[in-house]
Design a protein around this ligand. Structure first.
Ligand SMILES: Nc1ncnc2c1ncn2[C@@H]1O[C@H](COP(=O)(O)OP(=O)(O)OP(=O)(O)O)[C@@H](O)[C@H]1O
Ligand SMILES: Cc1ncc(COP(=O)(O)O)c(N)n1
Length: 279
């Protein structure tokens, strides 16, 4: 049977991030996707112009509908917007016993719009992170969650350790926002102290809308297929590397990544693009 996955996230009318990015990625990687929509955004490659949260009972009912009928092998969370939605989500994850949770702690859209209310950060830390197998903050999100200002490898590690103290089993601090012009480097740390660096050549592109969502969705898909976390992260990095390499040039702003590029690359070359893993 096809592995079944769930994304709990916001809708992006522009199709590059959020639920839409997740479902495209799940489909490309051969897993079945269910979805719980937490908020509808009016959004395109130029920015977010409206946010319409789904009432909490609507979120609860979607979670119930999925929980009562599907065998969820792995799931991810993206834009959760407010504390009530976070609590409802955490409660359903516990109720249905869903394992292999990837928490992408989405806070701010590329254009600057806030996708998580400030007072909801505490709820994220208290209710959701303890359930996570992997939490995938970008650099600014890692700073907000940990309270550590990240300026070098030592402070990045300290931030990761603080995030793990909140209860997540492992963390990937993504390096898309780092200043390094040559390398995009993601730092992985587990609760038992295992460290890895996932590095790839940095691609010089403005078509980066939804990179975080796509990366976390690829990771979730691979976990659903039973891959170990490190292998799943490596495939997710290969997936986003391909998606950024073959630009679509859609829209006038920060265009979406190319979700079909990874499979096209694998078909052409019999394998995936090189990502360096440093142990
Ligand atoms: N220019 C780039 N070239 C290669 N890889 C990149 C680039 N930008 C980001 N990545 C990779 O994309 C993934 C997502 O990282 P990023 O730090 O952009 O996440 P994010 O900020 O959460 O994304 P988003 O902006 O969608 O919220 C990581 O694996 C990162 O290394
Ligand atoms: C519904 C939704 N979820 C997540 C993001 C983050 O993606 P990005 O930072 O690339 O805008 C987004 N823009 N919209």
């Amino acid at each position: 049977m096809m592995p079944q996955t769930l994304t709990i996230a916001g809708s992006d009318s522009g199709g590059g991030a959020g639920i839409q990015a997740d479902i495209k990625t799940f489909q490309e990687l051969g897993v079945y996707s269910t979805s719980v929509i937490t908020a509808v955004t009016a959004q395109n490659t130029l920015g977010v112009t409206g946010i319409y949260p789904v009432p909490v009972y609507g979120v609860r009912e979607q979670l119930r509908a999925v929980g009562e009928d599907f065998q969820i092998a792995a799931l991810k969370t993206g834009m959760l917007f407010d504390a009530e939605t976070i609590k409802e989500t955490a409660s359903a994850i516990r109720q249905y016993g869903w394992k292999n949770l990837v928490v992408d702690p989405v806070m701010i859209a590329k254009g600057g719009a806030s996708l998580l209310q400030q007072e909801a950060v505490e709820a994220l830390k208290q209710h959701l992170l303890p359930l996570a197998l992997v939490v995938t903050p970008n650099l600014p999100e890692a700073e907000v969650i940990s309270g550590v200002s990240i300026s070098d490898e030592t402070s990045r590690k300290r931030a990761a350790e603080k995030i793990l103290l909140l209860g997540a089993a492992s963390v990937v601090i993504k390096g898309g926002h780092a200043a390094n012009p040559k390398i995009a480097e993601d730092y992985y740390l587990t609760r038992d102290g295992k460290e890895r660096l996932f590095r790839s050549p940095r691609i010089n592109t403005s078509q980066t809308h939804g990179t975080g969502c796509t990366f976390a969705a690829a990771l979730t898909a691979e976990l659903a297929k039973g891959q170990p976390v490190e292998i799943a992260i490596c495939t997710a990095k290969q997936f986003i590397q391909a998606a950024l390499s073959e630009e679509l040039h859609i829209g006038a702003g920060h265009g979406p990544t190319n979700h079909a590029a990874y499979q096209a690359y694998v078909r052409r070359n019999g394998g995936a693009r090189h990502v360096q893993v440093i142990q």
